[in-house]
Design a protein around this ligand. Structure first.
Ligand SMILES: NC(=O)c1ccc[n+]([C@@H]2O[C@H](COP(=O)([O-])OP(=O)(O)OC[C@H]3O[C@@H](n4cnc5c(N)ncnc54)[C@H](OP(=O)(O)O)[C@@H]3O)[C@@H](O)[C@H]2O)c1
Length: 309
């Protein structure tokens, strides 16, 4: 098999495709031939050493949490999957052997079946971004029909799915993005679009039930001011300031996405039904993981980046 190895914390140009032995697998595990691997911002943050305390199993490390592919072999106790199944899945936060590879061993609880109408690239782009969007909207914010939802960084990997899922839940959606993404966001169903490069959103938005924040920093703090009393901000990108929230009479929480096979199946079925669109900015061959990281690090990707094996 081949995998993109990271020999130490550092820059994108450290990533290198190398040959290695196939890993062995246990009774509840599945060996998957990866067709496509999703790239997430957390990958370059890990690469740079941001989470070095959690990733302490040593080098070389293989990054990547999201994959789609085909089942090559199953452990003795696996019943939900069989050889030849098309699947997608996501790994927990700190694997040493991630998805930037041609093969992976995963727990049978981390995967869903990929409907034939969903191609491998879109399937690989979905797990972390889709699960984060769903868990933020439904589990943390409890968004329901008629509510007003503000999505910060609505055109990004998570944001563009948040916009569509919030509409699916019946919310009124306000989205922030630079002008090049405004038509895109309207196509996805956003009711209002704000150009964050020329307008301070707090000057034009108020009485929001929920903010889903994919930016962090001062955008998160300013977002608390547009919530109605009792409203909630869910951030995925910064440590929140609970004192400010309390002073304003609102709530703020930080989400940590977790793998959930049932939720993932529900999301990929929505994609298959044409009710959820996964937008791909660019694909790269596995050997060009460096270029994929450099593009992701610009902070201005529309939708997702995917590596193809
Ligand atoms: N805690 C968790 O469990 C979890 C899970 C998933 C993601 N995350 C984190 O959440 C963040 C977002 O992830 P992602 O995959 O969606 O990132 P992403 O795809 O890299 O986001 C890129 C988007 O951000 C937009 N953007 C940049 N600055 C903006 C601003 N000030 N206001 C509005 N839009 C802005 C860009 O739009 P323009 O090009 O129009 O500027 C671009 O479309 C990352 O920090 C990621 O690490 C955390």
């Amino acid at each position: 098999m081949y995998a993109v190895e990271l020999p130490n914390w550092g820059d994108a140009d450290l990533l290198e495709l190398k040959e290695r032995e196939l890993p062995s697998f246990g009774p509840r595990e599945v060996l998957v031939k990866i067709e496509a691997a999703g790239v997430n911002p957390v990958d370059y943050k890990v690469r740079g050493g941001n989470y070095s305390a959690a990733f302490n199993e040593g080098f070389p490390m293989v990054l990547g949490r999201d994959f789609s592919g085909q089942v090559l072999a199953v452990g003795a106790d696996v019943t939900a999957f069989k050889v030849g199944d098309a699947v997608l899945g996501t790994l927990r936060m700190a694997p040493r052997l991630g998805c930037y590879a041609t093969h992976i061993v995963v727990s049978d609880s981390a995967m869903a079946l990929r409907p034939v109408s969903v191609d491998a690239v879109r399937a690989a782009a979905l797990p972390v971004a889709g699960l984060t969007a769903w868990q933020a909207l439904v589990e943390m914010a409890g968004v329901s029909a008629g509510q007003k939802v503000l999505v910060q960084a609505a055109a990004g990997g998570v944001g563009h799915l948040v916009v569509q899922l919030a509409k699916f839940l019946g919310a009124h959606v306000i989205a922030t993005a630079s002008p090049r993404n405004h038509d895109f966001l309207r196509e996805l169903g956003a009711d209002e679009v704000i150009d964050y490069t020329s307008v301070a959103f707090e000057d034009v938005v108020s009485d929001v039930d929920a903010v889903i924040d994919c930016v962090g920093g001062d955008v998160l703090d300013r977002s608390l001011h547009v919530l109605k009393a009792g409203g909630i901000a869910v951030t995925m990108a910064a440590r929140p300031d609970p004192e400010l929230a309390e002073k304003l009479g609102v709530r703020v929480v930080l989400i940590f996405v977790r793998p959930d096979a049932m939720q993932l199946q529900g999301l990929v079925d929505l994609v298959a039904d044409g009710r959820l669109r996964v937008d791909i900015e660019k694909t790269f061959p596995l050997a060009q993981a460096t270029q994929a990281h450099l593009l992701q690090e610009t902070g201005h990707v529309r939708g997702k980046i995917v590596l193809i094996t």
